[in-house]
Ligand binder design. Structure first.
Ligand code: FAD
Length: 447
């Protein structure tokens, strides 16, 4: 053991940390996020094997961040001090078939949870475009899928256990802790370490996925509501060129909602004759099955398959949520920027999300449309474009995705969240000395 390692271990023991340090993997030069656009400010990543470990770690450290599966594009998860990973805590604690809930450890990803639920006859109401992400990280940032009537993934949460700054475990439940629960679920990593989550379930269901190509923009303008309500979950992929939506992905659930007849034409778009990737140039082998082949909910709701690279890989992402009633105006506002966007864009995606009651949710009290951008990985160029997009969308009070890149000034951002003062007060109560605060939170929420 060299002197440096010995000193580190000695200081670890002195600080009373029983957790183990995770070495940076051989292929990773530095600890970085999934997309590789962000090198984290610390390589000191520790693993906690259970809630007791978490409580000790919380007590022993004045400042640190929990790291989920590292899929955020901005520095919401970043720190210059220490990281705590709950990745090894990835088990189901309890499946309550009678009340249709599951309680899980929070290192679990949807890719680990979903097949288990399916095998036991259950399903979640929705998933994001990829199953690779941790449930706790996704809920903390209001991660969402699509569907007119579908709330984001945080709306599945009915209870949580949070280790707060004192090291005490706080249990919160939807039924008994109304207001505080509303503040805690989309907690942005600011309130504590989530060590347990209980999620609402429904009986497992089968889905079919159909893709249509080249939906004329005029048809979208005229028929937005009809298009969005034509399937359980709808995604519109566009490069904003040629006055059309490149691909319409319809995720059809036959046990609820309208029945879907896969006619050759859909509002002027043509039924695809083969599987497609949202970025048409990329091979669809990474994507979930299309062409109306029936399959379990967890292999149709995401666009990308577990075990495969989701999306493009080397990319950046941004996304803005506007009230659903402004969908078409907002889409046209972005479309006006098409010439500027085009050189830097891989693809855009438009989805709908039902309103919810979580104070810091991007869909708080607003039925929403989310306009998403997958960019080439060129931050100097994208960083110049985002203020223009934000300016065009400003009349519609856009809320940026908490885990993606935005340039909206903090004062403007805060004004979009009427319960922000309550959230700040809750954070101050649970974490009076800012143990869980980082630069992102200091700038955007607390300053
Ligand atoms: C290819 C790709 C596709 C994506 N698709 C979608 C999509 O379809 N819809 C969508 O909305 N988003 C999408 N995202 C964004 C992404 O899913 C979210 O930003 C999500 O937060 C990622 O979860 P994570 O665990 O990787 O988060 P991390 O980046 O690891 O952490 C996010 C935040 O959660 C906190 N956190 C994590 N675990 C805990 C815990 N146990 N206790 C307390 N705080 C915790 C962290 O401290 C941090 O503040 C996509 C991202 C990628 C890379």
């Amino acid at each position: 053991m060299n002197k440096r390692t010995f000193m580190k271990l000695a200081s670890l023991a002195a600080a009373g940390r029983w957790v183990s340090r995770i070495p940076i993997s051989a292929e990773e030069h530095k600890l970085a996020n999934w997309a590789g656009n962000l090198e984290y400010g610390s390589e000191r990543l520790y693993s906690a094997a259970n809630t007791e470990d978490v409580r000790r770690f919380v007590k022993a450290n004045p400042k640190f961040k929990v790291l989920g599966t590292k899929h955020c594009f901005n520095d919401i998860a970043n720190t210059t001090t220490e990281f705590l990973s709950l990745g090894s805590q990835n088990k189901v604690i309890d499946l309550d078939a009678k009340n249709k809930t599951v309680t899980i450890e929070t290192g679990m990803s949807y890719g680990q949870l979903a097949p288990y639920l399916d095998q036991h006859g259950f399903a979640l109401h929705n998933l994001a475009s990829l199953p690779h992400i941790s449930v706790a990280g996704a809920c903390s940032t209001a991660t969402h899928g699509s569907g007119e009537k579908n709330g984001n993934l945080a709306t599945q949460v009915s209870a949580l256990e949070l280790v707060t700054a004192s090291g005490d475990a706080l249990e919160l439940a939807r039924e008994k802790d109304g207001p505080m629960f509303g503040g805690a679920v989309v907690g942005l990593g600011a309130l504590g370490v989530i060590t347990r989550l209980t999620l609402d379930l429904q009986p497992r269901f089968t889905m079919k996925q159909y893709v249509y190509e080249n939906l004329p923009l005029d048809q979208l303008k005229e028929n937005f509501e009809a298009i969005e309500s034509s399937a359980y979950s709808v995604s519109l992929f566009t490069d904003w060129q040629k006055q059309r939506v490149n691909e319409v992905w319809l995720k059809v659930r036959e046990d609820v909602g309208p029945s879907f007849n896969p006619r050759p034409q859909f509002f002027g778009a043509k039924l695809a004759a083969r599987n497609l990737h949202p970025i048409a140039e990329i091979s669809p082998e990474n994507c979930t099955e299309q062409m109306g082949v029936p399959g379990p909910w967890y292999e149709r709701l995401p666009h990308f398959r577990m075990g495969f690279m989701p999306s493009a890989g080397k990319e950046l992402q941004s996304e803005y949520f506007v009230p659903r009633q402004h969908a078409i105006e907002a889409i046209l506002a972005v479309e006006r920027l098409r010439e500027k966007l085009s050189p830097h864009l891989l693809i855009s995606e438009i989805r709908t999300i039902a309103a919810d009651d979580f104070w810091m949710s991007t869909a708080y009290k607003r039925h929403s449309v989310a306009i998403h951008f997958t960019w080439k990985q060129d931050w100097p160029a994208v960083g110049k474009l985002l203020p223009e997009i934000e300016r065009e969308l400003a009349p519609f009070e856009p809320r940026p995705h908490w885990g993606k890149l935005f340039t909206m000034p903090p004062k403007e951002l805060r004004a979009k969240y009427e319960r922000l003062p309550d959230f700040v007060a809750l954070a101050q109560k649970l974490d009076p000395n800012g143990k869980f605060r980082n630069h992102f939170l200091a700038v955007n929420i607390f300053d």
